[in-house]
Design a protein around this ligand. Sequence first.
Ligand SMILES: NC(=O)c1ccc[n+]([C@@H]2O[C@H](COP(=O)([O-])OP(=O)(O)OC[C@H]3O[C@@H](n4cnc5c(N)ncnc54)[C@H](O)[C@@H]3O)[C@@H](O)[C@H]2O)c1
Length: 292
Amino acid sequence: MTDTLTDIVRVGVVGCGQMGAGIAEVAARSGLEVMVAETTGEALEIGRTRLHNSLSKAAERGKITEEERDATLDRLSFTTDLGEFADRDLVIEAVVENEQVKTEIFQVLDQVVTRQDAILASNTSSIPLVKLAVATSRPDQVIGIHFFNPAPVQKLVELIPALTTSEDTVLRAEAVVQGVLGKHAIRAQDRSGFVVNALLIPYLLAAVRMYESGIASREDIDNGMELGCAHPMGPLKLADLIGLDTVASVADSMYAEYKEPLYAASPLLQRMVDAGRLGRKTGAGFYAYPAA
Ligand SMILES: NC(=O)c1ccc[n+]([C@@H]2O[C@H](COP(=O)([O-])OP(=O)(O)OC[C@H]3O[C@@H](n4cnc5c(N)ncnc54)[C@H](O)[C@@H]3O)[C@@H](O)[C@H]2O)c1
């Protein structure tokens, strides 16, 4: 195991949205060399700015020194060409929660990543890992590495081996996540929702239904759980933070898997997604988020 801890040096992150940027930051702050890929130059610029701002904030708050911020930035590179991931030891995909898009990315990664025992990971919240694994010619090396939002802050990572994933891949992923990235890893089977979302999503959906049926105001629902149960954030604020499209698509995947009504997204949630009110990332969700 000793050399497996150190033989992952070059990391690729696909997607530089909320999660991809956070994962890239965690990996670069841990001393890894990180390349981030996005679809277009414009998306890449947005992602780069997001990462720079987050690192500058961390430095302002004294969480890292200015030297550490600059050294972290030096370890980050950006591209719109997945072909540049040829020399990566570990790739973590963090694009939109869409099975078709993710499958195509895994097919491309399988073609371009030259290292035979490279780990190909997905940050998916709900798509069966086995579907991404069998899209490649190396299904034993595909695994779910599921970070939590915001990735630089949250300590937990879920490791989800597909039916096809080798124990060696799981152990190497665990060594990086715990030994290098400093996160706490828990393992879950490849079942929709894994551990945390299987418990969290029905709770968020219940809060949306409660708001929709007029039982209480959004503030009272959130205050209820913050002040009554000591949750750091009420469920509607948390749904806005996660992104309502992500909440709805995770719920849809869990509903498709289990056919349980408690996993069904309510009409209001669907309409908000259709309206593009996705939460903090679009400036409006259950609450308004005026641009800073
Ligand atoms: N938001 C959360 O709280 C959370 C938590 C854990 C896991 N996740 C999972 O992480 C993944 C990303 O979620 P997010 O919240 O960061 O979404 P997001 O919408 O903020 O970011 C997605 C990014 O992917 C990019 N993208 C789309 N197609 C791409 C492609 N072909 N190549 C490269 N980039 C591409 C988009 O341009 C966008 O920047 C999803 O699978 C989601 O389920 C989200």
